[in-house]
Write a protein that binds this ligand. Structure first.
Ligand code: AMP
Ligand code: MG
Length: 388
């Protein structure tokens, strides 16, 4: 048995070798850069107008309109003192432009332009290089590409991006009692829901479960399932059969597959019988079968490894402190991850904390971490793991 900190440390300390790939700009959201991106040119690359209006030469309230420049015009216009051109947002400003005046503050008679007030030098001009200078690092290696990141990279003219590959994740659920949703079930059987929840949790954080199989509590069948699954997986996630019951064969099946235990059992609630193992560069998590335990363990332990393997700098769920909205008489003799809901800057620890209870987790958005036997009072600050 290890502590939560020890378990997390063992995961963090794994030596991993993320692989690279080149992806199209349109297909790299959520991937992490395997090399930094630098600006190939100044951004913006030319002085341009921030407004629809007039580009002016000199400081005055009256100008002579001598032409027009629209966005995309590539010519080189040159102004003389007292001259103005009609200009549109994003258009390259003519040479010698002192400022741009928005059209709402102008009046035109024939080719005469009158301003309400004199312009300020540089007004409404987006200067070349004001956002980024050529060769400046835009994103560091390990940056996880967001939609805005895609926009930024595209604006640099880059259409192929070097990123870390995402790990291949396979899922095996075990249990004789399990029936797939949509099928009739007999008294004594239950619906298999963990594979759906775990696959959805993977998707939520940008990962995909490639292969999902469900097998019975039979040592030989589990062994064969693990062997087959490990052929393609970077990370194999098993659910159920890892506790101490007579039908819990997963640990033995992993051992007989040459998987080396990194830890087994964590002093926590829920999810005590959590197993983490490794075979060469492949990783195995065996999660307890109780739905809330398996999902909590995924969020707290599996997710950090998935981020590591995908070259991300993210360490796992984001953690923030919030004050509790009510007293909570925590008598658990183990450190706990409690299903909770953050609203309006306060966190509520929800009813329905049983390991098998998933409704509270579905209605919540966080896990509150509490040390063993530490009741909390309304207004106390607690550590929260945010679930998105
Ligand atoms: P186990 O970890 O196999 O001892 O299972 C613990 C509890 O979780 C039992 O009540 C199982 O019926 C339930 N359980 C196991 N696997 C699943 C699953 N895939 N979906 C829903 N419940 C499960
Ligand atoms: Mg079982």
């Amino acid at each position: 048995m290890v502590t939560i900190e020890e378990a997390l440390q063992i995961i963090t300390d794994q030596k991993v070798k993320p692989k690279n790939e080149i992806r199209n700009l349109s297909a790299c959201a959520g991937f992490s850069l395997s090399e930094a991106i630098s600006a190939p040119f100044d951004m913006p690359s030319f002085d341009n107008s921030a407004m629809d209006g007039y580009a002016l030469c000199g400081i005055s309230k009256e100008y002579h309109i001598v032409g027009e420049v629209a966005a995309g015009d590539t010519g080189q216009f040159k102004l003389k003192e007292g001259e103005a051109v009609r200009i549109f947002t994003g258009a390259k400003v003519p040479k010698n432009t002192t400022a741009v005046m928005m059209q709402e503050k102008t009046r035109v008679t024939g080719n005469k332009l009158f301003l309400e007030q004199e312009p300020k030098k540089g007004q409404s001009i987006r200067k070349k290089g004001e956002e980024l200078k050529k060769k400046q690092v835009v994103f560091e290696k390990g940056y996880t590409i967001t939609p805005a990141g895609i926009g930024m990279i595209g604006s640099l003219g880059i259409d192929k991006v070097e990123v870390f590959k995402k790990p291949v994740i396979n899922l095996i659920t075990t249990g004789n009692e399990l029936v797939k949703p949509g099928k009739p079930k007999l008294e004594g059987q239950i619906y298999e829901s963990n594979s759906y929840a775990l696959a959805a949790a993977c998707e939520n954080y940008g990962f995909t479960c490639m292969d999902k199989i469900q097998i019975e509590d039979d040592l030989e069948v589990i062994k064969t399932g693990i062997t087959a699954s490990l052929e393609t997986a970077d990370v194999l996630i098993l659910s159920g059969g890892i506790s101490v019951g007579d039908y819990d064969f997963v640990k033995q099946a992993l051992e007989e597959n040459g998987v080396e235990e990194q830890f087994y059992k964590v002093f926590q609630k829920p999810g005590k019988p959590l197993y983490f193992g490794r075979k060469e560069d492949k990783f195995v998590f065996a999660l307890p079968g109780n739905p809330a335990s398996s999902l909590s363990c995924f969020y707290i332990y599996v997710l950090p490894l998935l981020f590591q393997l995908s070259g991300s700098k993210k360490a796992g769920l984001e953690r923030y402190s919030f004050s509790v909205s009510h007293d909570y008489g925590n008598r658990s003799n183990r450190p706990s991850f409690l299903k909770a809901k953050i609203t309006n800057g306060k966190v509520e620890i929800l009813n329905g904390q049983g390991s098998s209870m998933i409704q509270s987790m579905a209605l919540g958005n966080a896990l509150v971490f509490l040390e063993a036997e530490t009741p909390v009072k309304k207004g106390d600050t607690v550590e929260c793991f945010l679930i998105s």
